[in-house]
Write a protein that binds this ligand. Structure first.
Ligand SMILES: [Zn+2]
Ligand SMILES: [Zn+2]
Length: 273
């Protein structure tokens, strides 16, 4: 029995003799099947292929962990060093002994949460290795390819974690699309960890809100407006998107508001006759 991993989205499936027939996450219109067709790997194969994880400190108490060379959608997780227990935001497929030792040196983990199914990756491997719960929004339950009793589905719009941080369901890209508010981050000015529920774009003073990023399918204006209103009450100076370089370093709350307004204008504008 092998726990197969989809090479395009990085998702690990429940054990099976043969690879699954297809990856539902990649068949969905928000993702895609790679040019070579559906391909599978395993954790052991990834290590043989030379993948490893690198650690980079983004700011005090916030460490990015990303796989090199790039795997799947360019996965990068964030480890928040919290005095009430370290927490992992988003996840990645590769988990090896070196990564476990690196995390143990930072103080281990007490829990993890994931923004949306494109980061579910090998979450159950991680949860078992560190003996921790995984917090997922129940609206995305259908996308869990390897079920586990470690998964705690939460419901509603916000969820206060035991360490004091808050999960906020913004939806949009996925119905259960979640961001994490770390209120003491950025020297007490607040940080938002957003995956690609709010995605930082190439001009890092701006962000994006899309139904599909690889296939460039926008969200309706009303959805962008709802997301803007939902995040409005939270204070945050900095916003960390899905990849190492995608960070809004300052005025991130304003960047989200400005970007939402820019989108709404673009989506609602009528061609001039
Ligand atoms: Zn896939
Ligand atoms: Zn995504």
């Amino acid at each position: 029995m092998q726990k197969w991993i989809c090479k395009t989205c990085g998702t690990q499936f429940a054990p099976g003799e043969q690879p699954p027939g297809a990856c539902p996450i990649c068949l969905d219109e928000r993702q895609y099947v790679g040019y070579n067709g559906q391909e599978w790997t395993t954790l052991a194969q990834m290590q043989q292929d030379g993948f490893r994880n690198e650690f980079r400190e983004h700011e005090p108490h916030l460490v990015g962990i990303g796989t090199t060379p790039t795997f799947a959608i360019g996965e990068r997780a964030l480890l928040v060093q919290n005095e009430r227990g370290n927490f992992l935001w988003d996840c990645m497929s590769l988990l090896d002994d070196e990564t476990v030792m690196g995390i143990e040196r930072l103080g281990g983990l007490t829990g993890m949460a994931i923004s949306h199914p494109h980061y579910y990756s090998t979450m159950v491997e991680w949860a078992e290795r560190f003996d921790i719960p995984i917090y997922l929004h129940e609206a995305d339950r259908q996308w869990v390819m390897r079920p586990s009793e470690r998964i705690r589905f939460w419901s509603g719009e916000t969820y206060k974690l035991p360490n004091g941080m808050t999960l906020i369901r913004l939806g949009g890209h996925f119905p259960g699309g979640t961001v994490l508010h770390w209120q003491v981050g950025a020297g007490g000015k607040g940080v938002l960890l957003s995956g690609d529920i709010i995605q930082v774009v190439s001009d890092r003073r701006w962000v994006s809100f899309m139904y599909s990023y690889p296939n460039l399918i926008p969200l309706p204006a009303a959805e962008v407006e709802r997301i803007r209103n939902m995040i409005e009450p939270y204070q945050f100076e900095r916003l960390y998107g899905a990849w190492f370089e995608r960070v809004v370093m300052q005025d991130a709350h304003d960047a989200v508001t400005r970007s939402a307004e820019r989108y709404i204008r673009a989506l609602k504008s009528v061609p001039q006759s």
